[in-house]
Structures are given as structure tokens and as C-alpha cells.
Design a protein around this ligand. Structure first.
Ligand SMILES: NC(=O)c1ccc[n+]([C@@H]2O[C@H](COP(=O)([O-])OP(=O)(O)OC[C@H]3O[C@@H](n4cnc5c(N)ncnc54)[C@H](O)[C@@H]3O)[C@@H](O)[C@H]2O)c1
Length: 321
């Protein structure tokens, strides 16, 4: 029975589909977008995979896919990012909150076949770093988001908890921070990936934040989503995600070393309003062993990917303007 991936045309979606296939799973994909370009670059034979296009907010849409394909588990990645939620909080809530409810309702109505739901939460459920003091932020630290996006993610974690207690639907919510790699071009923290692309294209680029960030290479995060859907746990579990914490100044140096450019990539000295150091000991215990690609290695892999596209004349630079 296949695993359903929502938001499959997106960045983490495409890499998660690839990881699921590597692990021998069958998949069915859905997205409101019909742009399969990320999937085609990341997944061999992407055009042959079952794909159902539609809006997750529409009543019955996910339910029908679950029933028609006999879905075993759902990995829910479809969402608006921080800027989209800020620009239109009501539509943001429809996609991020109601969309998540649609996923859980589909699981509930097909409890006989759906084993579990895995969904993307975010480190944005936490408030500004100064609220948490020194040391890694534990998974059960108080949630005090300052963005609509973060508030919707908190709501989704509570929704998942309610579906476990009221309907017995097991779930895993994962909280990434700055995921990077080929295909990341939506949201503020996509600047880390765009800066690598800009360096490859020999274009100037200004990263809109500074301070410490947790660089999480997309293949590591995709593995976490895949394994969370394959393993069997009870409860409504939520896990912090941790990669390689570095400063943006260090990131710029790493990009320069990987691409041979100098002085083109700059950054604003304004930290992100979310903590960089998250405690992922529970994640390691339940979902490990985890791979945490060092930023130097992940940036080099990403630069190589972009360089391949540049050499073939296929590097899309439209997100750099
Ligand atoms: N990328 C990161 O660094 C990061 C960090 C923390 C959390 N997350 C979360 O991970 C998930 C995936 O992020 P991503 O970086 O792949 O984002 P993305 O923007 O690349 O992909 C999201 C996908 O959702 C689809 N979508 C949007 N609205 C939809 C709707 N109404 N119906 C169906 N599909 C819809 C989009 O078409 C897109 O393909 C999101 O929930 C995001 O909030 C991402």
C-alpha cells in the first residue's frame, strides 16, 4: 500500500518522495501545483508516479485519494511559508490549519487502512531565542511563536494531539529549521539555498538574516520524514530536528570555498526570530541513527547540483531577482 505525500511538488516533498522510493516504498503524490520540475530533477521516473492535482483545502479531496489508492500512511508537507501566511493570514490558515484537519479527517474516516499521519511542523513554533536561555531548546519548551505561520504550526501540533486522544490516530510532527538544498526557493530561510545558487551563477546575493542558523541538509530531513511514516509508534509525537548550527558569516565563507567566488554573497546582521539550537535527543532515540550532514558537505553537494544545471543551461535564476 502506498504512502501519500502532500506538497509533493515542493522542495522537501520532492526529496521525501526520492527517499521513500530508495527505501522500497510505493507512493502516491498530490499538490495544488502542476509543476513537476523539482520532482523531475530529484526523482528518476517522476512522470510515471501516480499524481493527483488539487487543493488540500477542498472537502473530500484528500479523503478520495486515500480511499482510491488504499493509502497506508500520509506525509503531509503542503503548506504556505512565513511570507505567504503574513501576506494573507486567512488563506494561510485555510491551507496550513484546515488543510491539516483535512488530512487527519481523511485518516480518521479510513482508519482501517491508514496507519499514521506524519506532518511538517517547524522550529517556528518557538519564540525568539532570548526566551529560552543558554543550551539546546528541549522538545517540550513553551511554544511562543511570533508569526502567523508559527501559530498555525502550534495549532497543528495540538490538532494532532486531539486526533490521538479522540480518534486514536497516531502521528509524528517534525520541527525543522533551515532546510537547504536544490529546490528550496520559497520562504525567508530559502536565502541559504539561493545564496549557493547565486554564487554558482556568479551573481551578487544578500541573505536577509544573520546570527546563528541550523543548516539541515534536505536529504537528512527527507529521511526523517520517510522513516517517521514507515516506523510504527503510538501517540501524537513531536520531534525537534537538528542539523549543523553555524553562523551566517561562516555559511558565507563555506559558500565562497565551495564555489570559488569572493565578495558576492553578503548578509544582514539581523538574527532569525527562532532559536537555532534545538535538543533532538528524543528524535535520535526514536528515529535514529540520524545523519547530520556537515554544512560544508551539504553546501558542496548543493553547489554541485546547481553547477550541473548551469552547465546544461537549465539553472532557473528567476528566484534571485
Ligand atoms: N523548508 C524549510 O526550511 C522548512 C522548515 C520548517 C518547516 N517546513 C515545513 O515543511 C513543509 C514543506 O516545506 P517546503 O520547503 O517543501 O515548502 P514548498 O513551498 O517548497 O512546498 C510546499 C508545497 O505545498 C503546495 N501547496 C501549497 N498550498 C497548497 C494547497 N492549498 N493544496 C495543496 N498543495 C499546496 C505547494 O504547491 C508546494 O509545492 C511545509 O509544511 C513547511 O512549513 C519547511
Amino acid at each position: 500500500m502506498p504512502i501519500l505525500v502532500t506538497g509533493a511538488c515542493g522542495f522537501i516533498g520532492a526529496w521525501t518522495v526520492r527517499r521513500l522510493l530508495e527505501l522500497g516504498e510505493r507512493v502516491v503524490l498530490t499538490d495544488v501545483s502542476g509543476d513537476l520540475s523539482r520532482l523531475r530533477y530529484v526523482v528518476d521516473g517522476a512522470d510515471r508516479l501516480p499524481f493527483v492535482r488539487g487543493d488540500i483545502v477542498d472537502e473530500g479531496f484528500i479523503e478520495n485519494i486515500v480511499r482510491n489508492y488504499g493509502v497506508d500512511a500520509i506525509i503531509h508537507l503542503a503548506a504556505f511559508q512565513i511570507p505567504q501566511c503574513r501576506a494573507d493570514p486567512v488563506r494561510g490558515a485555510l491551507v496550513n490549519v484546515i488543510g491539516t484537519l483535512r488530512v487527519f479527517e481523511a485518516a480518521k474516516k479510513n482508519r482501517d487502512i491508514v496507519r499514521r499521519v506524519v506532518y511538517a511542523s517547524s522550529a517556528a513554533v518557538f519564540g525568539p531565542p532570548e526566551l529560552y536561555g543558554e543550551g539546546p531548546v528541549p522538545v517540550n519548551a513553551p511554544l511562543k511563536p511570533t508569526t502567523h505561520y508559527g501559530a498555525y504550526k502550534v495549532c497543528n501540533e495540538l490538532t494532532a494531539n486531539a486526533y490521538w486522544h479522540e480518534s486514536g490516530i497516531p502521528s509524528v510532527g517534525l520541527r525543522p529549521q533551515v532546510v537547504y538544498g536544490y529546490g528550496r526557493d520559497v520562504g525567508v530561510t530559502s536565502d541559504a539555498s539561493r545564496a549557493i545558487k547565486a554564487a554558482i551563477a556568479r551573481r551578487p546575493y544578500r541573505i536577509r538574516f544573520g546570527g546563528l542558523i541550523d543548516m539541515q541538509y534536505v536529504e537528512d530531513v527527507a529521511h526523517l520524514f520517510a522513516i517517521s511514516a514507515i516506523k510504527d509508534f503510538d501517540g501524537a509525537r513531536v520531534y525537534n530536528v537538528r542539523g549543523d548550527v553555524i553562523s551566517v558569516a561562516e555559511l558565507v565563507k563555506i559558500i565562497e570555498e565551495a564555489t570559488g567566488v569572493s565578495g558576492l554573497i553578503t548578509f544582514e546582521d539581523k538574527p532569525l526570530p527562532i532559536p537555532a539550537y534545538l535538543d533532538d535527543s528524543e528524535t535520535e532515540k526514536d528515529l535514529g541513527p540520524l545523519k547530520k550532514t556537515p554544512a560544508r558537505e551539504g553546501v558542496a553537494k548543493t553547489a554541485e547540483f546547481f553547477l550541473g544545471l548551469l552547465r546544461r543551461g537549465e539553472l532557473d535564476l528567476s528566484d534571485l531577482t
